[in-house]
Ligand binder design. Sequence first.
Ligand SMILES: [Zn+2]
Length: 199
Amino acid sequence: MTDCINIRFQDSDDQEMMTDEKWQAIISNDASYNDQFFYAVKTTRIFCKPSCKSRIPKKENVCIFQNAEQALHANFRPCKRCKPTNEKLPDSEWVAVITEYIDKNFTEKLTLEKLASIAHGSPYHLHRTFKKIKGMTPVEYIQKIRLKIAKEYLIETNKSIADISTYVGIPNKPYFITLFKEKTGHTPTQYRQLRKMEE
Ligand SMILES: [Zn+2]
């Protein structure tokens, strides 16, 4: 469980053991445990009160902390929904959490609903806040990342268009080609040929 914490804190005993009792409190959103511990999720880097009604994480990804300070020191961010530090997370930080998640997981199927559930907020609020901060919607941002990586693959590898479209999280090849053309003015094959000629 050492990857939950910073090197700096590795020797301390800030981190608590997960027990069946704590796990039960987490999955039943038991508010009576709220002053006893906090739980953090490694994959999203967000931490919550036991009572948080966000979706239940995988048990192996959960770290337990005695207080919010320790979770913050270990580089986790407070959940926007249950506000474990009892302060509102600034929108820019919330959007940063989601942007990081997209950057790491763009190869998977990502919907606004899924992102909202991971980020502990409503899809509507996520859409609006993300656009306010980044100037584009989460779906536009996902597309942008996918096309950026696709361009790199087209130039730097000889992978087929089908392989690249699957790799960047758009398994529907015709859709990938249409989207690519719409955003760049060229089909993926044209783009690759043009860039190769430039070399
Ligand atoms: Zn929460």
